[in-house]
Design a protein around this ligand. Structure first.
Ligand code: NAD
Length: 357
């Protein structure tokens, strides 16, 4: 298999997650360029993963125009996804894009249309779909071991985003629902092939109305109830009011059993430290006392499998699985914006373009 040539745009947190995955697949992937405004981030990333022989750029646009690559991997702040994706696609490159696909539904639609226009593909990086535990859970559900799936409860929560762009809606598209809820919503839509029927939602409202983060424009708590075409129901939640580390918890209930997954606290390691561990789990404020230090957190959260799947798809010029295509990023963002609409207007949304009180 030929090595896929990658231009990595952004060299911060998400780029580190992708770089870790690429570094495990050196036979399949070659980082040919990295773009970030901050040169020290590029250097740190390259040193961490031993990338050599790549070109460094201080601007993603210049990098896209000047790099000979197969795919542009977008790990930039949300408000740059649209411009970076459209620029890359119109240069004839495939695109891997971090969540959310864009900050507005219109921009997300434009991205998938541009891909179609230039005959390229968009790969939407929803890591939950690569998570080994969730892949196994889906296998078990498909085997019939818990009977017919009737109800799913899923959440991603932590204490707040590290990114300055997360504070303003124009830079990110919303609050915790677009940042974190994008995972449970995207996962559930993938599970049901985007076939949903109705939803109703509440959020903390943003700003002064927030539970804790009053300086943030977007909401810091959001919950949605969804019903799918086959009758399965789901409670999907996101919040920034959770201390102690990131919670990624998904419960599945069937007519003959249930399954419980905990992606961040289910480590095989448990320990107690007075000075503190170097690291325990993502977003843990402290590492002292009792903790479950993660064992290969990036693998367990799904980034390795997600990136591996994209590399195989790019090599074979095929679409990604359901949930990981550009269209799924668009559908997810559409639902998230309907969640906001439901909460804002106090209405139930029916998925036929009509709304019911
Ligand atoms: N899937 C996940 O679990 C996950 C986790 C974290 C972040 N993300 C997503 O990844 C994306 C990046 O988030 P982040 O937290 O890594 O970082 P971030 O949003 O803080 O910024 C990313 C990097 O982009 C760089 N940048 C800004 N403008 C640039 C320009 N014009 N040219 C080149 N570089 C520029 C910044 O210097 C920064 O290093 C976001 O869309 C976020 O939603 C996904």
């Amino acid at each position: 298999m030929k090595q896929i040539k990658i231009l990595l745009t952004g060299a911060a947190f998400a780029a580190d997650l992708h770089a870790d995955a690429y570094s495990r697949m050196r036979d399949k992937a070659k980082i040919v360029a990295i773009a970030d405004k901050a040169a020290d981030r590029i250097e740190k990333l390259a040193n961490t993963y031993g990338f050599t022989d790549f070109k460094a750029f201080d601007d993603y646009k210049k990098a896209i125009m000047e790099t000979d690559c197969d795919v542009v991997d977008i790990c930039l702040p949300n408000f740059l996804h649209h411009d970076a994706a459209v620029t890359a696609l119109s240069q004839g490159r495939d695109v891997i894009c971090e969540k959310p696909l864009a900050t507005t539904v219109e921009d997300a639609y434009d991205i998938i249309n541009t891909a179609e226009k230039y005959g390229r593909r968009v790969y939407y990086a929803e890591d939950w779909l690569g998570s080994p535990a969730l892949r196994k859970a889906r296998e078990i559900i498909d085997s019939g071991a818990i009977g017919d799936l009737t109800f799913v409860r899923a959440r991603e929560c932590h204490c707040g985003s590290h990114s300055p762009f997360a504070q303003k809606i124009k830079y990110c598209g919303g609050g915790c629902m677009v940042h974190l809820g994008v995972h449970p919503v995207g996962f559930m839509l993938a599970l049901k092939n985007n076939k949903w029927k109705e939803l109703v939602a509440l959020t903390s409202g943003g700003g002064e109305n927030n539970l804790i983060h009053r300086g943030m424009e977007g909401e810091d708590w959001a919950g949605a109830l969804m019903r799918f075409e086959d009758g399965t129901t789901a409670v999907l939640e996101a919040n920034y009011v959770t201390s102690g580390g990131m919670e990624d918890v998904i419960d599945f209930y069937g007519t003959k059993g249930c399954l419980h997954t905990d992606l961040t606290f289910s480590s095989a390691l448990k320990g107690f430290s007075i000075p503190g561990f170097d690291y325990t789990v993502e977003k843990a404020e402290v590492t002292t006392g009792w903790a479950n230090p993660a064992v290969d957190e990036k693998y367990n959260l799904g980034y390795v499998s997600e990136i591996g799947h994209f590399l195989d798809c790019i090599a074979n010029q095929k679409d990604a699985d359901v949930g990981l295509r550009g269209i799924d990023g668009y559908e997810t963002l559409k639902v998230i914006n309907l969640i906001y609409k439901s909460a804002r207007e106090g209405i139930k949304i029916i998925n036929n373009g009509l709304e019911a009180k």
